[in-house]
Design a protein around this ligand. Structure first.
Ligand code: F6P
Length: 324
């Protein structure tokens, strides 16, 4: 293998740049030509491919986002799109790929490998931490810290006015961000997909809080079946007399996806980038380089995509006990 390419795809996450840097420099260290594909699978289809040098990744380890840009590609879902992508990669003589992204990225990578056989190793980059085969994904730690800092600030004003705040966090189908920033931010209640909390549960627990608690923070994961944070707040509010309490909502949104990566995410991205390139050189393919119990582990894309990564049960219990 002499020529490899790296790309980022799907939702960006802080630490992706550290990972790109690591892929480029590890590749060069091993005598490879390394190419960067811009805009993920869309760039692959459009031939948006450029040669990377060691200096191309200078001064990026500390930056959020991705210098290679990202996209959620519709074109790559089609057979014609993937054929075009293969042709573009062939023009550049690309013999190996490093795909940085989440489950959508790996679903595409698996299909592409099965159709065209270009060896591919993935690095899990998503703030959601919802990928099987790694304890943590690149960007999760930064996102949790961003959310937690926001909660700290909201708590100040919530306490000053004796208010109840519903704070919506990201995470798509996974409650990892919600539970970790909830514990770190001292939330009274955490509503994540895994807890299946109902509106009645929220009302009951708010009414049951000790009298000395004059303000409360409720973390709401986005996309719950019982509604978004604003809808949940309105329904809970309806169970209280107007004069009893004041209710407010804050949706943190994409602020959780940006910002300088934490040291943990820079290190994780760097480790995974190196593991992906060295994995390719050792013959690993159609798999993701993850870190489990501090060891690099290669897990087939098929498992990363199909297997669940359940929340840690002790975290749910911990949050509950600490909120009394
Ligand atoms: O997968 C990362 C994530 O930030 C999710 O938490 C969120 O549901 C989604 O991406 C938002 O995606 P977009 O930026 O495309 O709206």
């Amino acid at each position: 293998m002499k020529r490899i390419a790296v790309f980022t795809s799907g939702g960006d996450s802080p630490g992706m740049n550290a990972c790109i840097r690591s892929v480029v420099r590890t590749g060069i260290y091993h005598g490879l030509d390394v190419f960067g594909i811009l805009y993920g699978y869309d760039g692959m289809i459009g031939g948006n491919i450029k040669k990377m040098a060691s200096h191309s990744v200078s001064n990026i380890v500390q930056r959020g986002g991705t210098i290679l840009k990202s996209a959620r590609s519709e074109g790559f879902r089609t057979k014609e799109g993937r054929k075009k992508a293969f042709e573009e990669l062939s023009k550049h003589g690309i013999e190996g790929l490093v795909a940085i992204g989440g489950d959508g990225t790996f679903t595409g990578a698996k299909l592409f490998f099965e159709e065209y056989g270009i060896p591919t190793v993935g690095c899990p980059g998503t703030i959601d931490n919802d990928i099987y085969g790694t304890d943590y994904t690149i960007g999760f730690d930064t996102a949790v810290n961003t959310a937690m800092e926001a909660i700290d600030k909201i708590r100040d004003t919530a306490a000053a006015h004796d208010r109840i705040f519903f704070i919506e966090v990201m995470g798509r189908d996974s409650g990892y961000i919600g539970i970790e920033c909830g514990i770190g931010g001292g939330a009274e209640l955490v509503m994540v997909p895994e807890t299946k909390t109902t509106i009645e549960d929220v009302v009951k627990s708010l009414k049951g809080l000790r009298k000395s608690k004059t303000s409360s923070i409720i973390i709401v994961a986005e996309g719950l079946p019982c509604g978004d944070a604003a809808q949940i707040m309105e329904r809970v509010k309806a169970s209280f007399n107007d004069e009893e309490k004041e209710f407010k909502v804050t949706t943190l949104g994409h602020i959780q996806r940006g910002g300088n990566p934490t040291a943990k995410d820079r290190l994780l991205g760097s480790r995974m980038g190196l593991a992906a390139v060295e994995g390719l050189l050792k013959g690993e393919s159609n798999c993701m380089a993850g870190v489990i119990n501090d060891q690099v582990v290669y897990t087939p894309f098929a498992d990363c995509i199909s297997k669940d990564k359940p929340l840690k049960n002790d975290y749910l219990r911990l949050q509950e006990i600490l909120s009394i």
